[in-house]
Design a binder for this molecule. Structure first.
Ligand code: GLN
Length: 390
């Protein structure tokens, strides 16, 4: 038989999704893949059911139902300080995942480089390969996940086509400050590069931290693609509704790619999403305070169990150092450790190496996600305390 595509040989299956399957088989606590195990708001569920019974069951407008694009445009004007025309600047996609790959497909030519902060959400690796971009990594240094300005400046050159900024950040919980975003913006302008901003955790913030969209900074609207989705904000990760906001010339390209990739995101869920976007500030405050409590609780449990970790400023993950426990268990790599952790405690995590290009950098880390109900978090805390060697 003729060989299959070479490109698909160069990356592996998603470890995040694989860990979910391993966890399901073991009947464990899934603190690996970032999705809530509690119900989404009743109101959004009812809106989806209403949309289905109202007959929204055929293909949507390929680049998004007008109601949803209008709702997105209103929301980003208010929350993100981004002006966008719903007719020309928005593409609704199957989740932020499709928005990212469609954006890169729309931007990248052979030989182009993209800058990615490391550790990074694992999709960005295969996304770069599939779009043909050469990634250049800029390290985020723990414990507070700062980058070096010199290293960032050195990563830009005439081949730089784009930089991916994920704020709040998965897996570190870093929230990029205004000064950092201004520094990145100045480099994008200097090198004529695009900013691809994945802001899916924009409402999950702690300790009074503020979310800033790089598209709102001077000179950035025309060179930024802002990606988001309803998945995390409204706890509906299975609905697959996301979007990319960009100036018309970029949007035109993204829409073409999106149309041939998937035609459209699920129609009834787009209508429900448009309704969810009219929720008042109390909804977002509730989400924030629930996750703030969960964060403090899980951090306490992890530290008691012997992990080293810092409070994330945003998103719902903790990237924890497991060196001490690994040593006590006689293990030297993160994948073996996360498998052992499921076996001993039933707790599923994501091995740290999934978030690094150079796998060894994550070999002492595992990521816990804490978007789970109290019952789950309490059982996890008990299991970790009782079953790990001290
Ligand atoms: N963003 C989530 C995570 O990092 C998962 C997203 C996905 O699996 N599509 O766990």
């Amino acid at each position: 038989m003729k060989p299959l595509s070479i490109i698909t040989e160069t990356f592996s299956e998603s470890v995040i999704r694989e860990m979910t399957r391993i966890c399901d088989e073991a009947g464990g606590y899934n603190l690996s893949q970032g999705f809530p195990d509690f119900e989404s708001p009743k109101a959004i569920q009812e809106a989806a059911i209403r949309a289905i019974t109202a007959g929204y069951n055929q293909y949507p407008v390929t680049f998004g139902e007008p109601e949803l694009r209008e709702a997105i445009s209103r929301k980003v004007r208010q929350y993100n300080n981004i002006e966008c025309n719903p007719k020309t600047d928005i593409t609704v996609t199957c989740g932020a995942t499709e928005a990212m790959i469609a954006t890169l497909k729309a931007l990248i030519n052979p030989g182009d480089e993209i800058i990615i902060f490391e550790p990074f959400y694992e999709n960005y690796g295969p996304d770069s390969i599939l779009s043909g971009a050469t990634p250049r990594y800029v390290t985020l240094y723990g414990p507070d996940w700062r980058y070096s300005s010199d290293e960032l400046a050195a990563a830009f050159n005439e081949k730089t086509k784009a930089i991916i900024i994920n704020t709040p950040n998965n897996p570190t919980g870093k929230v990029f400050t205004k000064a950092e975003l201004e520094e990145i913006a100045a480099l994008c302008i200097k090198w004529d590069a695009y900013a691809v901003a994945d802001e899916i955790y924009e409402h999950i913030l702690y300790d009074g931290t503020e979310h800033i969209s790089i598209a709102s900074l001077p000179g950035m609207a025309e060179r930024t693609i802002t990606i988001n989705s309803i998945s995390k904000t409204y706890s509906v990760t299975g609905w697959r509704v996301g979007w990319a906001i960009a100036a018309p010339p970029i949007t035109k390209r993204i829409r073409k790619v999106h149309d041939f990739f998937t035609v459209g995101a699920p129609t009834p869920f787009q209508h429900a999403a448009a309704e969810a976007m009219t929720y008042g500030p109390e909804y977002y405050e509730g989400l924030k305070s629930h996750y703030a409590e969960a964060r403090d609780f899980i951090l306490g449990a992890l530290r008691t169990a012997g992990f080293q970790c810092e409070l994330p400023k945003g998103a719902y993950y903790v990237l924890a150092d497991a060196s001490g426990i690994m040593e006590r268990l006689g293990l030297t790599d993160d994948t073996a450790f996360s498998r052992k952790l499921i076996e001993l405690t039933g707790v599923a995590t994501v091995p740290g190496s999934s978030f690094y290009a150079e796998k060894a950098k994550g070999s002492r880390q595992v990521r816990f996600c804490f978007c789970k109900k109290w019952e789950t978090l309490e059982s996890v805390a008990q299991a970790l305390t009782a079953k790990l060697p001290k």
